[in-house]
Design a protein around this ligand. Sequence first.
Ligand SMILES: O=C(CO)[C@H](O)[C@H](O)COP(=O)(O)O
Length: 227
Amino acid sequence: METVMEEKRRVGEAAAAYIEEGMTVGLGTGSTVYFTIHKLAQLIKEKGLVVQTVSTSKQTTTLATSLGILVRDLNEVAHVDLTIDGCDEFDSALCGIKGGGGALLFEKIVAKASDKNIWVGDSSKAVSQLGEFPLPVEVLPFGFKHTLKKFQEAELNPVLRLTSDGKTYYTDSGNFIVDLHLKKINDPKALSSWLNAIPGVIENGLFIDVADKVIFIKDNIVKEVNR
Ligand SMILES: O=C(CO)[C@H](O)[C@H](O)COP(=O)(O)O
């Protein structure tokens, strides 16, 4: 039985095979795409692969630049050919929950600017129904208690995200994350629209019709599923 980290390494590296010469590549955030970024750096150094990238978080920008990968501002590129990112859950329609690492807003902007999106996930990520993983929602700090009240009234079990040392968690844009403990999401599209219609909500972690392919592990084997 391999460790989760080993699974993340296998799928993360497998995704790098889809990066082609001259591409503009969106780099996701998290512990799985970490391995994609390392593999990409290796391909650049050892095979002379020429690419430019855009990043979905400060964390990813720091990692990629430290490995010698060219990271451009999203506004400086005309379009993104391919984005490789992690996910917290995905279902058989390749709808997913993202934002466990707090980067959902930039991840969604980069994903929507991309011609193609590939997600990478260890064996825990495939689910029959979304919702066991708490759904992250990025919320504006201004008046956030009133936004939280809307979630409470709708019985969405909101929890304001804190850092591991108990401080308020801030996203790269200076917003809060509220995690909705739902257990089951029956209609992801309807929930996503409802959430985004609340004025204090910046974006939610439901990614619908985004992933074109998911590379994941099942029974110790790397598998791919396409939308
Ligand atoms: O959405 C994300 C960050 O906002 C990540 O892609 C997601 O949380 C998966 O992370 P990991 O690869 O570490 O399991």
